[in-house]
Design a protein around this ligand. Structure first.
Ligand code: HEM
Length: 399
């Protein structure tokens, strides 16, 4: 979306709900869904992919529409999952460059070899419309009947406070911004959490250090919560190293120059597409020695405290377009990392002789990347951990 009134309106909707002062209102829900995720992992650990998706989908649906999906099989979650399955692999900068250079290719019919994406996009458009309308209708109803915060509720409340009646274009803007939230939030948070699981399988020593810190600070009788965060710097170090090791959007989101410009002697013509190479920044050897190794300690001082955060932009971009959901995403991802490490060991899969097998890190390609399917074992750290015992731990915990 180009810079302009429409973008400013969307950005305002996001900021009202996900800005640094507003985002903490969702901490109780994020905590509740992270605890729910622990139950799911205890029941069916092999389905960790689905469970993580259920977590990321529910926290964003709740904060946008005040919607609380009962399970991964929920109708609305299913529609957006289908949409993402088509759209995410299709968003490839290489294809965009070819189509940008030869726009006439876009007029080829969808049955033409290489043009199947046109058929897929028609299906995606139908899912997208269905999602936009149904979720928005639900959000409006909830906003009229409840005081729970959500993007829809916040926006309508602001209008009411200012005694302004929403215009049609404003309502369309709100519907669009709310619809965007799912696309922007779920694949990115999902990918960060799957990369975290993969990194834990591959780096048992880092996992052990994090668990030792949780045990020392929180003990074994309750779960870590966001209020423990300042005393758990190793979890933050793992978080930072996860997003450095594999930034979800390695080339950020493509920009286009709105005018001719000169930058360090380079002429940038109006309309040129600019890609910020976050991947290269994250693997710059002068800042991150041995950049292809997973070393959370690189973010810690000798006394174990956290160094100043220099990785924010690697995951969340920078400037006017910096990720507007970063405070919300940060809390979601941290909460899951800390709770999962407190309860489970994340281990490599076993071969037929019961010997642990190494796992190769393999990632998808495209504008948003995620680990390709991998196997692992997620087993409780405490013997005899069952749903009842987990529930007691949850009851003893605070947000
Ligand atoms: C770990 C999770 C997330 C990651 C890694 C991430 C990353 C990013 C990045 C790299 C950008 C591009 C920034 C730039 O162009 O410089 C971006 C933009 C954006 N993100 Fe996120 N994001 C995450 C979660 C979220 C969440 C939870 C939301 C909404 C609640 C969100 C909403 C957006 C929006 C709306 C934009 C476009 C901003 C604009 O163009 O003005 N993101 N995100």
């Amino acid at each position: 979306m180009s810079y302009g009134d429409r973008w400013r309106l969307h950005r305002r909707f996001f900021h009202q709900t996900f800005g640094p002062e507003a985002a903490p209102r969702f901490l109780p829900y994020q905590h509740r869904r992270a605890c729910h995720l622990l139950h799911r992992l205890l029941e069916t650990p092999d389905k960790f992919n689905d469970h993580i998706f259920e977590f990321t989908a529910s926290v964003i649906l709740n904060s946008t529409y005040d919607y609380d999906p009962a399970s991964r099989e929920d109708d609305l979650v299913d529609i957006v999952a289908n949409l993402l399955t088509i759209v995410v692999p299709a968003m490839r900068p290489d294809i965009a460059v070819i189509l940008g250079a030869f726009p006439c290719l876009l007029y080829l019919p969808s049955w033409f070899p290489g043009m199947s994406f046109k058929r897929e996009m028609a299906v995606a458009r139908a899912y997208s419309k269905q999602y936009l309308e149904r979720a928005f209708e639900y959000g409006l109803q909830k906003a009229n009947n409840s005081v729970a915060p959500s993007m829809i509720h916040d926006a309508l409340q602001r209008m009411e406070e200012n005694k302004v009646s929403p215009s049609d274009s404003w309502m369309q803007g709100l519907k669009g911004a709310a619809g965007t939230a799912f696309l922007a939030a779920s694949e990115t948070s999902n990918s960060s959490l799957l990369t975290f699981i993969l990194m834990m399988v591959m780096n048992p020593a880092a996992q052990g250090k994090a668990q030792a810190q949780i045990d020392a600070v929180v003990g074994r009788d309750r779960l870590p919560g966001i209020e423990d965060r300042p005393l758990l710097p190793f979890i933050d170090a793992i978080f930072r190293e996860t997003i450095r090791f594999s930034p979800v959007l390695p080339l950020s989101i493509p920009y286009a120059a709105v005018d001719d410009d000169m930058y360090h002697g380079y002429h940038i013509p109006k309309g040129a597409i600019l890609l910020a190479n976050l991947w290269s920044m994250a693997h710059d050897e002068s800042r991150y020695p041995n950049p292809h190794a997973f070393i959370p300690e690189r973010f810690l001082n000798d006394d174990g405290s956290l160094k100043p955060n220099d990785t924010q932009h690697l995951a969340f971009g920078f400037g006017r377009r910096t990720c507007v959901g970063r405070h919300f995403a940060d809390a979601s991802v941290w909460t899951v990392m800390a709770k999962v490490l407190a309860i489970f060991n994340i281990l490599g899969p076993l071969d037929e002789n019961g010997v642990e097998m190494p796992v190769e890190p393999r990632f998808s390609t495209g504008i948003a990347i995620h680990p390709l399917p991998f196997r692992c074992r997620i087993v409780p750290r405490c013997e005899g951990m069952d749903a009842e015992r987990l529930e007691r731990l949850i009851a003893a915990s605070v947000v």
